[in-house]
Design a protein around this ligand. Structure first.
Ligand SMILES: NC(=O)c1ccc[n+]([C@@H]2O[C@H](COP(=O)([O-])OP(=O)(O)OC[C@H]3O[C@@H](n4cnc5c(N)ncnc54)[C@H](O)[C@@H]3O)[C@@H](O)[C@H]2O)c1
Length: 324
């Protein structure tokens, strides 16, 4: 199938490498408002000028395609996605699906009205670690779960849109962890209490740290502690996970370990035909071919996005926010 990629700088550059080698997909066009980005694409991939556009409207007029991949900053996700869908394209959009819940809901509505697939590339779900942990929990080896500690510590020196965001970690990154929580626990959130802050040495203008308590279905509590300005300890991008159940504790920190009654054993990782964004692309392709909802569809992703925006409400109001 033919795909138009919109946004080819930053993360889009590596996306293009993935799309170019995906056997299911052919790049029909690349759109980026930045001429220098297009110049780099042209040089690297030897594309003809007919495939490169600074305007999506122009591209949609001139290029025939089945789908659109949206790798622009979040504030442009809705406009580009809706335009793509209304032009008859299925859309795979980078996380976070949109910059506001309202915009995300509108994207889902338009996709349903035009009967097009809308999938969010929640690539953290499409890795061996997350899928192996989910399997372990699904099999019931931990018994009833009561609580989970999730610690995320990184110190990336980003340039661009994140530096000026009011809540960079919450809006741009935590969606990965929140989506993983729903996926791994197999439960939906019920309420949230959240605080954000910015350490004195932070290089972000907005709050780069979070302390959040979620209550999930079946009385499960999650303690989420996150920072984007750690100058010392760093965790994996997935975070460091401890899940406590009636049969013991499962720990995920690159490897997965199960501790029960003083004994510790490593949990075997499952194998996957493809991982990460390669898997997102494959799942997107299959959902179109099989005419079914993709795993991380826009509709499903609204539930993960609500965790972001209800956390934001809780931060601003200084009290617990209910999801119901
Ligand atoms: N899943 C992940 O692990 C992961 C990692 C990094 C970034 N991302 C996501 O990818 C998206 C893009 O992030 P980035 O870091 O590449 O941003 P970026 O700012 O580095 O690059 C965005 C590109 O989009 C182009 N662009 C901006 N507005 C446009 C428009 N209206 N039409 C066409 N092109 C436009 C810019 O010129 C730029 O080349 C974000 O949603 C971000 O959260 C996801």
């Amino acid at each position: 199938m033919k795909i138009i990629q919109v946004g080819a700088g930053g993360f889009g550059e590596s996306w293009l490498e993935i799309v170019m080698i995906a056997p299911e997909w052919e790049v029909a066009g690349v759109v980026d408002i930045n001429q220098n980005v297009l110049k780099k694409v042209k040089e690297k991939w030897n594309f003809s000028d007919e495939k490169l556009f600074t305007s999506l409207d122009e591209c949609l007029k001139k290029v025939k395609a089945d789908a659109l991949l949206n790798v622009t900053p979040p504030e442009f996700h809705k406009e580009i996605t809706v335009k793509g869908i209304k032009s008859g394209l299925h859309v795979l959009v980078e996380k976070p699906m949109a910059d506001t819940l309202k915009n995300a809901e509108e994207m889902v509505e338009v996709a349903e009205k035009y009967r097009k697939k809308l999938m969010v590339s929640q690539n953290y779900r499409y890795r061996k670690g997350a899928r192996s942990l989910r399997k372990f929990i699904e099999e019931g080896l931990l018994g009833n779960i009561s609580y989970c500690n999730l610690n995320f510590q990184k110190g990336p020196k980003f340039k661009g849109f994140r530096i000026k965001m009011e809540y960079p970690l919450l809006i741009d990154m935590s969606i990965h962890h929140f989506d993983l929580l729903r996926y791994i626990l197999g439960k939906e959130p019920v309420s949230v209490y959240a605080e954000s802050f910015n350490p004195c040495w932070s290089w972000f203008s907005g709050d780069a740290c979070l302390n959040i308590i979620f209550e999930f279905q079946d009385n499960i509590r999650v303690n989420y502690s996150g920072s984007w300005v750690s100058k010392g300890k760093e965790t994996p991008w997935d975070g460091e996970w401890e899940i406590y159940g009636e049969n013991g504790t499962v720990i995920w920190n690159e490897k997965i370990k199960f501790i029960s009654e003083g004994k510790e054993e490593e949990v075997e990782m499952i194998s996957m035909e493809r991982e990460e964004r390669d898997y997102s692309l494959l799942e997107f392709y299959r959902s179109i071919k099989e005419d079914r909802e993709p795993e991380t569809s826009g509709r499903d992703n609204i539930k993960s996005l609500k965790m972001v925006f209800n956390s934001l409400k809780a931060i601003k109001r200084g009290r617990r926010v209910s999801f119901i």
